[in-house]
Design a protein around this ligand. Structure first.
Ligand code: ATP
Length: 322
C-alpha cells in the first residue's frame, strides 16, 4: 500500500471529574488519583510528509476562540516531540514532517491541550510513515511525553493513578453534558501545584490510593445529580488563589442553575455540570449573556481518531478509532 500524502487525527481535551493530589514526591512529581473524562472539544493535527529532517509546525484557531500566539513552534512543542519519538522508535533516518495543529482546547487551560496534540501527532506520524507501531508502543511513547498524553490517546473515561499515567478505563455509559468556560489567560501547571504545596504547608497529606468509589458509581449509573455532589479537585483552591477572578465565574454558573461547577485540572478553564444537553445549551447561553465565553460539550468522547480527508476546516466523520 502506498503511503498517504497526509494524515489528519483528532484527539479530545479532558476534564478531571475528580482530582486528588498527594504530597510532592522526592522526584518532584505529585501522586494523583484522577478521574479523566474526555470531552467533545477536539484538537486536530494534520501530518504531511516533508523531505529532509525538518519538523515544521503551524497552528490555527478554526473557531476563533483560542489565542494561539504563545504556543511554541520549535522542537519544544509536544507535537514535535511526539513526531521525533515515533521516528526514533520506528528507526527512521529522518523525521521530516509538517504538523498543522487546529486548536480548540484552551492553551495552558487545564484541559490537556498540548497532550492532545502530542497524542494526535503520535498517531498521525505512525500512519503517515507507515511505522506500524501498535497501541501498546504508542501508549509507551505517550507516557514518555507527559502524564496526560496516554489518556488523550485512549479517550473515554478512565481512572488515573501514579502521576495520572496508570490508566484504567471505567464505564460511563451515559453522556454527561458540561459547559466549559475558558479564561482569556493561562495558568502554569507547575505553579498551581507549587501553590497547592504552599497552601498545605506542613499539613500531613496522604498519597491518594484510589478514585472515590462514589464517583465511579455515579458515572456507571449515569447518576448526574449524584455525581454533582461528589466532584472534587484538590488543585482548585490553588488555582483560585492564583486567579481569584474565577470565583465570580463559578458563582455565575451556580446562579444560572449549574448542578455543580469546578476548576478543570490545574485551571483556569471552569467546567459546569448540566442535567441534559438542553440544560447545557441553556446554561451556556445564559453564561454568554453574562459576558462569559461558554462552550457546551459532552463526555465521554472518543480518543484518537484518524479522519478521512486532510481538510482542517471541515467537520469530518471518523473512519476508525485507535
Ligand atoms: P496540562 O493540564 O496537561 O498541564 P494545559 O492544558 O494546562 O496542560 P497546555 O495547553 O497543554 O496546558 O500547554 C501548557 C504549555 O505547554 C503551554 O503554555 C506551552 O508553552 C507548552 N506547549 C508545548 N506544546 C504545546 C502545544 N502543542 N499546545 C499548547 N501548548 C504547548
Amino acid at each position: 500500500m502506498s503511503a498517504p500524502a497526509s494524515v489528519r487525527v483528532r484527539t479530545p481535551g479532558k476534564i478531571n471529574v475528580s482530582l486528588k493530589v498527594g504530597p510532592q514526591r522526592a522526584d518532584g512529581y505529585h501522586g494523583v488519583a484522577s478521574l479523566y473524562l474526555a470531552v467533545s472539544l477536539f484538537e486536530e493535527v494534520t501530518a504531511t510528509e516533508l523531505a529532509g529532517d525538518e519538523i515544521r509546525l503551524t497552528v490555527s484557531d478554526p473557531d476563533n476562540r483560542v489565542p494561539v500566539a504563545g504556543i511554541p513552534l520549535d522542537g519544544s512543542n509536544l507535537a514535535a516531540r511526539a513526531a521525533r519519538a515515533v521516528a526514533a522508535r520506528a528507526g527512521r533516518a529522518s523525521a521530516g514532517v509538517h504538523l498543522h495543529i487546529a486548536k480548540r482546547v484552551p492553551v495552558a487551560g487545564g484541559m490537556g491541550g498540548g497532550s492532545a496534540d502530542a497524542a494526535a501527532a503520535l498517531v498521525a506520524c505512525n500512519e503517515l510513515w507507515q511505522a506500524g507501531l501498535g497501541t501498546g508502543e504508542l501508549t509507551e511513547l505517550a507516557a514518555g511525553l507527559g502524564a496526560d498524553v496516554p489518556f488523550a490517546l485512549m479517550g473515554g473515561a478512565a481512572a488515573g493513578l501514579g502521576v495520572g499515567d496508570r490508566l484504567t478505563p471505567v464505564p460511563a455509559p451515559q453522556p454527561l453534558h458540561w459547559v466549559l468556560v475558558p479564561a482569556a489567560y493561562g495558568l502554569s501547571t507547575p505553579q498551581v501545584f507549587a501553590a497547592l504545596d504552599a497552601l498545605r504547608a506542613d499539613a500531613k497529606v496522604a498519597e491518594p490510593a484510589e478514585v472515590d468509589p462514589r464517583i465511579l458509581g455515579a458515572l456507571a449509573a449515569g447518576n448526574t445529580a449524584g455525581l454533582a455532589g461528589v466532584l472534587v479537585n484538590d488543585l482548585q483552591p490553588a488555582a483560585l488563589e492564583l486567579a481569584p477572578g474565577l470565583e465570580s465565574v463559578l458563582a455565575a454558573g451556580a446562579g444560572n442553575g449549574a448542578l455543580a461547577g469546578m476548576v478543570s485540572g490545574s485551571g483556569p478553564t471552569l467546567a459546569f455540570l448540566a442535567s441534559s444537553e438542553a440544560h447545557a445549551a441553556a446554561l451556556a447561553e445564559a453564561l454568554r449573556g453574562g459576558g462569559h465565553a461558554a462552550i457546551a460539550v459532552y463526555g465521554p468522547a472518543p480518543g484518537a481518531v484518524v479522519l478521512p480527508e486532510p481538510d482542517p476546516d471541515s467537520a469530518a466523520t471518523p473512519t476508525h478509532r485507535k
